[in-house]
Design a binder for this molecule. Structure first.
Ligand code: SF4
Length: 347
């Protein structure tokens, strides 16, 4: 009897990786999914906390995909190891701070390690030749296979027919003829294949896989690095970059202003670790201060924070200031006029 081969599929939660796993699964291969949590993932964060998004279903798309396919999913936290990918990408960044080529290599490398530890035979990804400018080019697909250590145990079922046969194809673990030849940026072939499999309701993330491709987000990340004088971050830093309005009135501190109820609730969870302000005389947001501040800075921060509360047109707003690790106190300040807030303060 022929041995059942085992493959580990990178599952992002999007359509491509879902289809790639499905194509191989349908050939009788035992498939399990693997998903890496980097901290920069788009889904399941701001989507879950913002009030305006409340009507949207809250689901982890990678788990949803695994459920649709009927395969187990291994979610692996790589937040610490992934820092080096973001901070020192050997192949540089894409149009924002997205180190896509290093990122793909990192993920395939970790999937390969998992494959070896668990005695699996090969790795599946949803990559499509020519779909992404950095990581899915004819010259970079082999680079990922080589640098990750996966070599020709890396199968890309959606474009395999356009690439040299890999070990699973040569050994007959999968039938190359039943693999695909998707090429380019069009999503139509994927949508047609999804329809063929009767797959609907799959995720269509507007912002790609992660926040590192989002210019608004990466402006704030670059600002964080600049203000600290080096490229480092903790998980809390990158979570907070996803939330609120960020203003930097001075190089050594910035304000994070909740934009709505869901964000204020989220920021509440951080208030003990940050100096924070809120209006006592008018309703308004919770405002965190990131950085070291003296009394002049706090006065400016209070005037700025007052600008974002209901008392923005009042002569004075009573604000509460709670220094990090200290007791709250009150001050009354005139809110800053919008003309007094230079555009460059907004990140
Ligand atoms: S978009 Fe983000 S998660 Fe996707 S390959 Fe690029 S860096 Fe990695």
């Amino acid at each position: 009897m022929q041995k059942t081969r085992k493959a580990v599929a990178l599952i992002s939660g999007g359509l491509d990786s879902m289809l790639a796993a499905k194509v191989v699964l349908d050939q009788g291969v035992h498939v399990e999914g693997i998903n890496f949590y980097t901290g920069f993932c788009v889904e399941g964060h701001t989507h879950a906390i913002r009030k305006q998004d409340r009507a949207k279903p809250k689901r982890n798309n990678a788990l949803w995909v695994a459920e649709q396919l009927g395969v187990p999913l291994h979610i692996i936290d790589v937040v610490e190891e992934y820092k080096d990918v973001v901070i020192n990408p050997k192949h540089g960044y894409g149009s924002n701070l997205n180190p896509c080529l290093d990122c793909k290599g990192f993920m395939v490398h970790h999937a390969h390690r998992w494959m070896e530890e668990n005695a699996y035979d090969f790795i599946i990804t949803g990559e499509v030749l020519g779909q992404r400018p950095m990581s899915q080019r004819r010259d970079t697909l082999p680079l990922i296979a080589r640098e990750s250590g996966a070599g020709d145990r890396l199968l890309r079922p959606l474009c395999a027919k356009l690439l040299p046969p890999t070990l699973p194809e040569r050994e007959g673990w999968v039938d190359r003829e039943q693999l695909l030849a998707f090429n380019g940026r069009s999503r139509k072939p994927q949508m047609a294949l999804a329809a063929h499999y009767d797959l609907t309701d799959y995720a269509q993330p507007a912002g790609g896989c992660c926040f590192l491709t989002d210019p608004n987000y990466t402006t704030k990340l670059a600002d964080l690095w600049q203000s600290r004088g080096d490229k480092r971050y903790e998980l809390d830093d990158i979570m907070l970059l996803k939330v609120g309005r960020h203003l930097r009135p001075r190089p050594h501190f910035k304000l994070i202003v909740g934009r709505e109820e869901g964000e204020n609730n989220f920021l509440e969870g951080y208030r003990r670790r940050y100096t924070h302000l809120r209006s006592l005389s008018h309703s308004g947001p919770l405002v965190l201060i990131d950085g070291e501040t003296d009394n002049d800075d706090l006065h400016l921060a209070a005037r700025l924070a007052a600008r974002f509360c209901q008392g923005r047109s009042a002569a004075a707003v009573r604000m509460s200031i709670t220094p990090r690790g200290g007791a709250p106190y009150e001050i009354e300040v005139p809110p800053l006029n919008s003309d007094d807030i230079p555009q460059e303060w907004y990140l």
